[in-house]
Each structure stands twice: as C-alpha cells, then as structure tokens.
Design a protein around this ligand. Sequence first.
Ligand code: SF4
Length: 243
Amino acid sequence: MAGGGYNAVRHPLPAMPRQSRSSLKNRASEVVRILSRHYPDARCTLDHRNPFELLCATILAAQCTDAKVNTVTPELFRRWPTPEAMAAADLAEVERVVHPLGFFRQKARALVEMSRDIVARHGGEVPRTMEELTRLRGVGRKTANVLLGTCFTGGGVIVDTHCSRISRRLGLTRHTDPERIERELMTLLPPEHWSIFGHLMVFHGRAVCDARRPACPECPVLHLCPEGALRTGAPAALREAAG
Ligand code: SF4
C-alpha cells in the first residue's frame, strides 16, 4: 500500500502559523483516536514471553526488522532463557546465533553484558524503572520505553524512526533529537496514550506513511497533516491542521 505513486517532496516542513497548545493537544488526541481505529492490533511486534525476553529482543531489533528478530529469538531463548544463563554464555556462541541480524558482535556483547548487570545489581530480576533500566549496559531510553510500556508502567513515548518522521510530518514537533521529541509528545498526549502512540506510528509508517513515498491520499489522518496537505495540494487541510 505504501507509495501510491507519489514522489517524495524534498522541502522543509511548511511554515505554519503558531498554534495553541490546546490545538496541538487536540490534534494529537485525534490522531490517536483515528489511528487506533485504523490499526486495532497495534502493539509491540517482538515475540516474547517475559520482560527478559523482550529486553533481549529489543536490543536485537536495532537496525533490523522485528520480523527478522523473531526468526532468531526462539533459538536464543531456548539456549539462554534467563539472565543467569545469558550472563554465563559463551560470547562466540551467542554471536553465532544472532549473526543473521547484522551488528552481531555488538548485539551479542550487549546481551551478555546487560544480563551480567541484571544478575549483579538486581538479583536476576529485570528492573522496572527508567533509571535502573538505562543503567544496564546496552539499554537506551527507547529500549527502556518499549519494556516499561509493554511489561510494566511508567514509560514514555517510544520514539523510533517511524515516530520521529511521522510526528514531524504531522506538525506535532519540529525536533529531530529522539529524547526531545519524546518529551514534546509527552506534553501533548495524556499518559495513557504514550505507549500506544509509538506503536501506532510504527504501524502507520509501515502501512502508509513510508519514509520516501508516503501514500497521503490513502491516509486516514490526511486532514490533520500539514505535510500531507502540501504533498496533495490541499491547502484547506493545511489551514485546518494549523488551526
Ligand atoms: S498525510 Fe501523508 S505525510 Fe501525513 S501522516 Fe499521512 S501519509 Fe504521512
């Protein structure tokens, strides 16, 4: 479905009139409402049975598709099912299992070192706070947000490449730094929408809002999107979105 025969528009985001915070918040909530109906199955697509497995899978998903990670993790979790087992694993063996995913040396080392930290500092239990999670080797803010939003509570918005790109196209942020985007989105959305917003962006990015060829005429939030208005030549939509 992505593409739709429309060429990428190479220009900066349109200069939009200043919008009130309430207007931006309403637009963000409307995006969540519409895309939740459009993608009722939006969720984390990394296969896992517990927080440790999700932590491993999320680390492996860097620069790689979730579908590809899911082909490797059954064998990984069969051989090293717990932080204790992974902490004691032979690094070369882990490298061999995750080799198909690319960056296999860094990823294997991250799995083993992260597991050693969990064993040494948390008694073998995956910690449940952003602060503790991001102190584990190989665990950044995005990985921690995936874990908190899926298995625990207290996570923010998961900002990956889809979320970053689409949020800017929708005019919800002008930042490019993931942490600044996350903080801005968290001011626009209620906490109960933080986790689902990231998943909706991933589903929408895969299905419609492609990085190079977004299918704007098919997009259910075209009327809310300044970038889509420019691409489709619909200034009325831009004015509406600009509020
Ligand atoms: S209108 Fe186009 S640019 Fe905007 S969110 Fe939809 S597909 Fe993406």
